[in-house]
Design a protein around this ligand. Structure first.
Ligand code: CAO
Length: 439
């Protein structure tokens, strides 16, 4: 049968309370005297215990609700004992007011307090109803509860607790002002006021040091793309290095020849060409993932985006069909697109269709970085500054120009072993371009 648990008459001159906590959930099995909810009045914080063993069928209140005395808080399903058991009586208000002596006070006051005197009153009332033995037992339980709570809680009035909770104040941070060492409502309010003043001062000081600037369109698009990439792509970055010495020497030699045609062969253009070969050798790196269809789309176009640093932000123009273009054409095109990017002259089409990206920060510096994959691509090659290192060649220390390489890839498509193989292959071609003849 169903039994309603109502808010009992918890103290003199108190006709309502605030639900401070719900300690059970619908469907919970509860036992007699198990606390069901916490109710807060300006006199005490009180746990309302169950009058019966049973199952919680319905909770009719929520935290923060104001509840009147005799208002139903929740409904229990209890075993029908044909009314023989005095606990199964229907006189809800009396029943609950009869359980007042069981409530555990939350106050931690050392001196006699409103809560304790309330407890005393309740005990007296209940003594008349339930007999002295039970009363003593219950009072002992209540006192034990008070002792435990005293140890655990900072002494404070219920009203002070409520204001502290509403303002997210930890009572342990507050110095009580009164002689009883008990935190009062005034103490909490003063603390909150002080904290607000401090916050205001701090934010005013901060504001005066902040210069606001709206992000331009490039910065906004970059921010959006980078967030999407970072949130959706599980990134791994594989680092490697390659001996650039011979290739760099050859590049310089060739540059004197290309200079006549107004072309400068650059590290970027050479890496772009080598990368296009690598993408043909390792098609997974020139692919995109269509996760909703569980498919990988392999591209047969080798369009390499080149990250260009401009005053307005990062732009990535695309060199299309790199595999069909000569090194001098690629060099010219990168120079032209980088210039157009810096002059804000790039068209949208010139930034579309990339299947892989190359980001060379070596002209600026750095030893390694973790570039972010540009969706829907699945990999990006980062290049840092080539610098001279002592390395062992044929059992001898040699001064060599070492180029750091950082490959980031989408781990949903590419495994660590694939990444290491791809980057090592590029490294070997940089170290010895003859390798291209034998792949
Ligand atoms: N190591 C050492 N030196 C390098 C180098 C490297 N990895 N890359 C370029 N250099 C050298 C060049 O050889 C050149 O020297 P010389 O004049 O003596 O030949 C000098 O640095 C300047 O090169 P550059 O930057 O003008 O030309 P580039 O073709 O190598 O690079 C570009 C072009 C567009 C890639 C570059 O200007 C650029 O904007 N880089 C920044 C890319 C970026 O912002 N990436 C981050 C994106 S977020 O992932």
């Amino acid at each position: 049968m169903k039994k309603e648990i109502v808010l009992p008459d918890i103290a003199e001159n108190v006709d309502s309370g605030l639900i401070a906590g719900i300690l059970v959930a619908e469907g919970d099995e509860v036992t007699e005297e198990q606390p069901l909810v916490e109710v807060e009045t300006d006199k005490a914080t009180t746990e309302i215990p169950s009058d019966f063993d049973g199952v919680v069928r319905e909770i009719r209140v929520k935290e923060g609700d104001e509840v009147k005395v005799n208002q139903v808080i929740l409904v229990l399903e209890v075993e029908d004992k044909n009314g023989s058991d005095k606990k199964s009586g229907e006189s809800k208000p009396e029943k609950n007011s009869g359980t007042n002596e069981n409530k555990t006070e939350k106050s931690g006051n050392d001196s006699p307090t409103e809560e304790q005197s309330y407890n005393g009153r309740s005990s007296k009332q209940s003594a008349g109803k339930n007999g002295s033995d039970r009363d003593k037992e219950e009072q002992a339980k209540g006192n034990k509860g008070i002792e435990n709570d005293k140890k655990e809680q900072t002494p404070a009035s219920p009203l002070a607790r409520r204001i502290a909770r509403e303002n997210q104040v930890d009572l342990r941070d507050i110095e009580p002002s009164g002689p009883s060492n008990r935190i009062s409502k005034d103490d909490v309010e003063q603390y909150v006021r002080h904290r607000e003043e401090e916050d205001k001062e701090a934010s005013t000081a901060e504001d005066s040091r902040v210069r606001e600037e709206y992000m331009n369109n490039i910065a906004r698009v970059t921010a959006h793309t980078m967030r999407e990439a970072w949130q959706t792509i599980p990134h791994v970055t594989q680092h490697d290095q390659a001996d650039l010495s011979d290739l760099e020497e050859y590049r310089k030699k060739m540059n004197s020849r290309f200079a006549e045609q107004g072309v400068k062969l650059t590290v970027t253009s050479i890496l772009c060409k080598i990368t296009a070969f690598a993408l043909q050798k390792f098609p997974k790196f020139n692919a995109s993932l269509v996760e909703e269809e569980n498919k990988i789309h392999y591209r047969d176009q080798y369009n390499i985006g080149i990250a260009v640093d401009t005053e307005q932000g990062l732009l990535v123009p695309v060199i299309k069909d790199v595999n069909h273009k000569s090194l001098s054409d690629i060099s010219k095109e990168i120079a032209e697109l980088a210039k157009r990017a810096r002059n804000k002259e790039l068209s949208a089409d010139e930034m579309k269709g990339g299947t892989f990206t190359l980001s060379n920060l070596g002209g600026i510096g750095g030893t390694a970085f973790t570039p972010i994959v540009y969706p829907p691509q699945v990999a990006i090659l980062g290049v840092s500054e080539a610098s001279f290192k002592q390395i062992i060649v044929n059992e001898e220390f040699k001064k060599r120009l070492i180029l750091p390489l950082s490959l980031s890839y989408d781990h949903r498509v590419i495994n660590g072993a694939d990444g290491a193989r791809f980057l090592r292959w590029i490294g070997k071609v940089i170290e010895n371009p003859y390798n291209l003849l034998f792949w």
